[in-house]
Design a binder for this molecule. Structure first.
Ligand code: DHK
Length: 150
């Protein structure tokens, strides 16, 4: 395999990280998260393409685009996690390994956040570690992309 590539997709209101409910989501901005991810990915020989959208359809389009352009996905779909059959179907459509990420631990929060349409189609789920959740997901995805399938 040549250069490894992954897409890191952030959903609605994650553009406001840093100022958005920092007691829940932390004080780290999305730009800082992306910079840390890209730096760590580069150390691992992976090219990470990071994008954010508030639009469900745009996220669907980017998941489709990942097929052929990337070998895996890290996805924090924000509130769409709890509502979107479209995103679930998009992940199934491309057949790429996807790791679902959340900064907070949704299971410690309101009941409507306990349901994820993405978890059943995810390779795994990492939540509750703030910005670190993304870096843990990167390590896990790297392991899957390089390691033998279990
Ligand atoms: C982000 C959101 O925007 C919420 O809608 C989810 C997730 C949790 C997070 O913790 O990253 O419920």
């Amino acid at each position: 395999m040549g250069q490894k590539r992954i897409f890191v997709l952030h959903g609605p209101s994650l553009n406001l990280l840093g100022t958005r409910e920092p007691h829940i989501y932390g004080a780290t901005t999305l730009a800082e998260i992306n910079a840390r991810l890209e730096a760590r990915a580069a150390e691992l020989g992976i090219e990470a393409t990071c994008r954010q959208s508030n639009s469900e359809g745009e996220l669907v389009d980017w998941i489709h685009e990942a097929k052929g352009a990337a070998q895996g996905l890290i996805l924090n779909a924000g509130a769409y996690t709890h509502t979107s059959v479209a995103l679930m179907d998009a992940v199934l459509s491309v057949g790429l390994p996807m790791i679902e990420v959340h900064l907070s631990n949704p299971y410690r929060r309101e009941e409507f956040r306990h349901r994820s349409y993405l978890s059943p189609v995810a390779l795994g789920v990492i939540c509750g570690f703030g910005a670190q959740s993304y870096l843990l997901a990167l390590e896990a995805l790297r392991h899957r992309l390089e390691g033998p399938t279990q």
